[in-house]
Design a protein around this ligand. Structure first.
Ligand code: SF4
Length: 370
């Protein structure tokens, strides 16, 4: 980086709008593993995220998205939790929600701020810009790596020496060549804690993720029934998973910053499963209003709650789960049957099965009884 004043202009903007770190890199993804993306798609590791395949060429370079782009300004926003979220995984009767989703939808909050930053850049530098927060096929993590913000760890997420695993990213592309930071070193070394802790072995080797096995994918993106082999590993997680992030030793040095707007914690992670299971669609929408959880929708979230209830060992949930075997939705009927099988004694379950199996017309749901 040559021009300090130039960089200071951006760090001042980052400070003013509550971002914790900023880096600048040419608008090309030098740390982007093209072969890795090709393999990821070829082996179908993206599961039902078909947009990854469809927008593959666009993802390869910010210039494919906007040919006029010359530089990328990458902003990082720290959302580190106050306490280690791994401890919450032992609270079986409470539902676990990923740390980033416990507050206001960051897409909206951060995009609003980046737009304000963008208008200041436009007026100062007389430049054209485009703003991105996890909403377009832009490779934020390789760009953040190139911009010196951190490195992509063996779990494929960004790691920062200062903020550990907990950075949300936003990118502004600009049609001007700016002075850039040097790329960050990879500091994973011989550590492989994130690979070891993954409950579903989704990190199939260092720097390679099979999203189809990832609990975040299964609970948030996957629209169908959760494959049986992953249900127990899901534990009490109803929206996302933070294990690979939370275990990273770089978190020991992480600074936690509170931002009032985004850290407006609505305690959504402390809601007991019993309460989740008693929600109807209307009360679900009210509870999750303004969060990213709302976009996953009532049906998928209830499916996840039923799986988590099955893993809870809490027999008092049987009543709450039972009402879903009459649901019109096949996903919920199926998940409730699995859940009851875990919670009830073999004799109790056999009685329930004999009463209901003949009434079931859908083969997929019938399989759950069998
Ligand atoms: S847990 Fe270890 S291997 Fe994984 S990202 Fe952190 S330092 Fe790298």
């Amino acid at each position: 980086m040559k021009n300090i004043k130039n960089y200071e202009f951006f760090t001042n903007l980052a400070d003013e709008f509550g971002f914790n770190v900023v880096g600048i890199t040419p608008a090309q993804t030098t740390n982007f593993n093209q072969k890795g993306l090709d393999e990821f798609i070829q082996k179908k590791y993206h599961g039902s995220l078909t947009w990854i395949e469809e927008k593959k060429e666009l993802r390869k370079s910010p210039k494919n998205l906007w040919p006029e782009a010359k530089s990328a300004i990458v902003f990082g926003f720290n959302y580190g939790p106050q306490n280690n979220p791994l401890l919450e995984l032992n609270e079986n009767s409470n539902a676990y929600v990923a740390v980033y989703a416990r507050r206001k939808d960051y897409h909206k909050v951060l995009k609003g701020r980046l737009k304000q930053i963008a208008s200041k850049i436009v007026s100062k530098l007389k430049a054209k810009v485009k703003v991105f927060v996890d909403t377009a096929p832009i490779m934020e993590k390789p760009l953040a790596h190139s911009a010196g913000i951190g490195w992509q760890g063996k779990h494929t997420n960004l790691v920062s020496r200062k903020y550990g695993s907990w950075l949300l990213l936003g990118v502004i592309l600009i049609d001007k060549h700016l002075d850039c930071q040097s790329t960050h070193n990879d500091n994973c070394g011989t550590c492989n804690k994130c690979i070891k802790i993954c409950p579903t072995d989704a990190i199939i080797e260092p720097y390679k993720l099979d999203a189809r096995k990832c609990i975040s994918y299964l609970t948030i993106e996957h629209k169908h029934q959760i494959p049986t082999e992953f249900r127990k590993a899901i534990g009490n997680r109803i929206f996302g998973c933070d294990d690979c992030l939370a275990i990273c030793p770089w978190n020991n040095f992480a600074v936690t910053v509170n931002d009032i707007k985004l850290n407006e914690d609505n305690k959504i992670n402390l809601i007991p499963l019993k309460e989740w299971l008693s929600l109807d669609e209307k009360s679900f929408r009210k509870l999750t209003s303004g969060t990213t959880i709302k976009r996953t929708g009532y049906t998928r979230m209830m499916r996840n709650c039923l799986i988590a209830a099955g893993n809870s060992g809490d027999k008092t949930l049987i009543r709450n789960v039972k009402k879903f075997i009459k649901s019109e939705n096949t996903l919920l009927r199926g998940a409730s049957i699995w859940s009851l099988r875990q919670l009830m004694s073999a004799d109790e379950f056999a009685i329930l099965k004999n009463k209901n199996i003949a009434l079931e017309k859908e083969s997929d749901v019938k399989k759950e009884w069998i």
